[in-house]
Ligand binder design. Structure first.
Ligand SMILES: *[C@@H]1O[C@H](CO)[C@@H](O)[C@H](O)[C@H]1NC(C)=O
Ligand SMILES: *[C@@H]1O[C@H](CO)[C@@H](O)[C@H](O)[C@H]1NC(C)=O
Length: 309
């Protein structure tokens, strides 16, 4: 697949159809019966990646508590936090993000620096609480920013949500405008989109793990946001790093879905760190004393899923 320029293309409508068909990458979680061994490598298809400074905007669609917002905002700010405050062997969100940056440097690009520049709220759900995929794109494109995070509250239904996907990333309006959508699954399908913090819908019924910030919905959203951030930065327009079919690719973190610690297998998250006070499980430290559980990224040096702990 070659790269193309949206604005130079003489058939913008066709491109739009093409984008809506192809450029939505599902953050599908393949936990049990759909489990496949991870790929041997992720191929670079020579397209653009999201390099250098990228301004992020968040659209909070529906009701989020201040505590939920700060779990997610602190996660974003943990990506590029100075690592000096940590000892060399401490697993951190910053180190996790550095693994993703290896894709950029291997492609001869500059490392990505995500900067949270704007937050918008639409607490009363101006276009309703049942959204089609096209409306998610509409919401994303109604806001300024190079990378828009559309986050929907627990009582907002989104086409395809819980039917095999917990979020996706897409593009479509201008070269440097891409978006991620992730929904709060707390009351709709926590066993699918907030696993392992909730009993899985099917498969072995292991005891759920404690959510690192005490909020199954928001901590589950962080897992999916992390996976999709890794995907959007390394495959923003469908011609970056991926393996498999372009319309349902395996990307930098989705290739290792469900794998959080050593000895993980489908239905078992792996060996993790446990907070001695709250009993919560985590594998990365963030800013403001936060802890997070992040999906093991696919390490391009080792051509294997890696784990933080
Ligand atoms: C991959 O290898 C490069 C070059 O040796 C190194 O700079 C980078 O930190 C490595 N990345 C990871 C995730 O180990
Ligand atoms: C949302 O709805 C509530 C209750 O109807 C109202 O008090 C509030 O002002 C509305 N917020 C916005 C931003 O419109």
């Amino acid at each position: 697949m070659g790269s193309f320029d949206y604005y130079k293309n003489p058939y913008p409508l066709l491109v739009l159809v093409f984008l809506s068909l192809l450029h939505i990458t599902y953050g599908a979680r393949t936990l049990f019966s759909l489990y496949q061994p991870p790929p041997m490598s992720l191929t670079y298809h020579n397209g653009e990646l999201l390099e250098s400074e990228i301004k992020i905007s968040i659209l909070w669609y529906g009701k989020f508590s201040p505590a939920q917002k700060s779990i997610i905002v602190d996660f974003l700010q943990s990506l590029n936090s100075p690592s000096k405050i940590w000892s060399r062997n401490t697993p951190t969100v910053t180190k996790w993000w550095q693994t993703i940056q290896t894709y950029l440097t291997k492609a001869g690009k500059k490392e990505t620096r995500l900067v949270l520049s704007n937050q918008f709220t639409d607490e009363n759900c101006s276009i309703g609480k049942t959204l089609k995929k096209s409306q998610i794109s509409e919401l994303a494109h109604s806001k300024k920013g190079e990378l828009i995070l559309v986050l929907t509250a627990q009582d907002v239904a989104v086409e395809g949500f819980c039917m095999g996907n917990c979020g996706y990333h897409g593009s479509g309006q201008g070269k440097r405008s891409v978006f991620i959508w992730v929904g709060n699954s707390a009351i709709q399908c926590p066993g699918q989109c907030a696993w392992p913090f909730h009993q899985p819908i099917y498969g072995p019924q292991a005891k759920p793990l404690g959510a690192p910030n005490g909020d199954v919905g928001a901590d589950g959203m962080v897992v999916n946001i992390a996976s999709l951030l890794a995907g959007v930065v390394t495959n923003p327009y469908g011609n970056g790093y991926y393996q498999g079919p372009a319309e349902a690719p395996l990307e930098a973190a989705s290739a290792c879905a469900g794998l959080y610690g050593k000895k993980a297998y489908p239905g078992y998250a792996g060996e993790l760190l446990v907070d001695s006070i709250t009993g919560a499980s985590y594998n990365a430290h963030g800013t403001n004393g936060r802890k997070y559980l992040l999906p093991g990224p696919f390490d391009p040096n080792k051509s294997a899923c890696s784990t933080m702990v």
